[in-house]
Design a protein around this ligand. Sequence first.
Ligand code: ATP
Ligand code: MG
Length: 396
Amino acid sequence: MFDAKKVLLVKYGEISLRKGNRAHFEHELLDAIRRNIKDINRGNLRVLREQGRFLIEDTNGDIDAAAILPRIRFIFGITGFSHAIKTDCRDIVDLCVIGQRFFSKHCERAGSFKIETKRSDKQYPLTSTEISAAIGDYIWKSGLGLKVDVRTPDIILWVEIRNHVYFYIESDRGEGGLPYGSSGKGVLLLSGGFDSPVAGYLAGRRGVEILPVYFHSPPFVSPRAQEKVNDLARELARFTGRITLCTVNFTEVQLFLRDEIAEEKLTIFLKRAMLRIASMLAEKKKAQCLITGDAIGQVASQTVHSLAAMESATQFPILRPLAAVDKQDIINTAIRIGTYEISARPYEDCCTIFVAKHPENRPHTPTIEKIEARILDRLEPLLIQAFESAKYCEIL
Ligand code: ATP
Ligand code: MG
């Protein structure tokens, strides 16, 4: 009897391109996997590095992939999971037999097949083509009634020669992207809408650690709006791990601007005030950028003229992952990542109070800056006060 058991092979993608940091991010990913399966690990689950892959195995026997996958499929940086069998055998004759047995359980509906071999162990005496040929030939002759088709096979049997040898047919896709935190930090302006959670997800998936900040305006905005943002941050935390949500009481700033600024210009000034406070947070937390859910043309405040008129409120670059994404595509992503239902709850956010029915959609940046300069000595203390009294809430 050959020794072969079911395991999960975890594939990760782009960190292999980043040579300098590779070891660090492999470690981070490994750690994220271990953390996420901690609650079901009775000391039997092992997560190991295996030459450019991770291996999850159960020391008691076959792995229960259905119990593990829901806990780790969200982890940024993982590109896929292969449902593999692992064997310690290395002799090609044994591998043919093991491969054929595994294959025979999965090929009922197939008419043709091919073998693909990856040979990471360069000491192995046969080349990948020779390994594929040997196993393919053995399966072809084994009476399963399948023919070899290297161009459009119904089924592919993957063979990976690493420290151990793995066979698999099925793989599930992972979240992809880069390991969380590997691309620096950004302050995410998180409102209760559809866009900003999706923007946060996309930036997080590219490795940016997310520090969300929410501007709340009680009593004009109900506590339900805060609850909504907390719930959105919790959804994001499924992907990112622990997140600290910063809530800024924006009421004083908002009332001040309402009294000072013409109604049709108010939105721009509110946004600039938010960006200024978000920048204070970015500085304090040593972040390198701000992230918003702005999408060009969605509303008056999101024409390129308006976006341009906001830029000078901050010295930080503003990432807008949704800038050129259509609303329906944003909604589709929101549904997929689980934020849609929460964003759809009907509570106002602070941008919708006091603002004009027809806000200016082509603001002139120098004019905006000139007006702001006139009120800045009174506005700034309010911004600082709002920032200093911000509340921080850890969300898991
Ligand atoms: P969203 O769907 O993210 O709310 P939106 O289409 O409603 O965006 P706006 O309300 O103009 O557009 O907001 C644009 C961006 O400004 C938001 O995506 C978010 O990044 C930021 N923002 C707006 N309101 C707030 C708020 N109360 N707290 C934090 N950020 C905010
Ligand atoms: Mg909004």
